[in-house]
Design a protein. Structure first.
Length: 163
């Protein structure tokens, strides 16, 4: 199953929305709707500007994963919308790792120094993945003042990018 990772383009918008909502609502039972995530309706404007971007993982033109950055200062960004379809998770597929690697390469090329993220406390596999990739857990009080908080997030991580 060949995976292809590329920057988001609008023809994939509905697939992105469907993937994310399905994982949030049906798999993790997060009480969130598209109305709570207006950013998904305006991905180019919300994510793909300044120090931000949005990537998708494709398998035969089907969106199987997403990851994004929201820049909130010249050298800091928030990792958001990291979702991988259940059938494409795990080391054998490398979907999540490929998405994160793409984001990290782009971040360094765009002079970012720190990546922050918020997640839910019960998403243990995600926590392990972030830790394996150098993220350290931090207290909510240690987030930068301009970090774009998401109301459902309860755990926070930080990655310092080295040159």
């Amino acid at each position: 199953m060949p995976l292809f990772i590329k920057e988001f383009s609008p023809e994939y918008q509905q697939q992105v929305i469907d993937l994310i909502l399905n994982i949030q609502q049906n798999e993790f039972h997060v009480p969130i709707t598209i109305d709570d995530q207006q950013d998904l309706l305006t991905i180019p404007d919300f994510y793909q500007n300044g120090k931000g971007n949005f990537w998708i993982a494709l398998n035969n033109e089907k969106v199987v994963g997403t990851i994004s950055l929201v820049g909130f200062s010249n050298h800091q960004a928030a990792l958001r919308k990291m979702f991988v379809m259940k059938d494409f998770r795990g080391k054998e597929f490398g979907t999540a790792q490929g998405l994160l690697n793409t984001l990290l390469i782009w971040s360094k090329e765009n002079s970012l120094k720190e990546i922050y993220l918020g997640t839910l406390s019960h998403m243990h596999a995600a926590h392990s993945f972030y830790r394996r990739n150098g993220f350290i857990e931090i207290n909510k009080n240690d987030l930068p003042e301009k970090f774009p908080l998401v109301h459902v997030d309860s755990m926070f991580f930080k990655l310092v990018l080295l040159d």
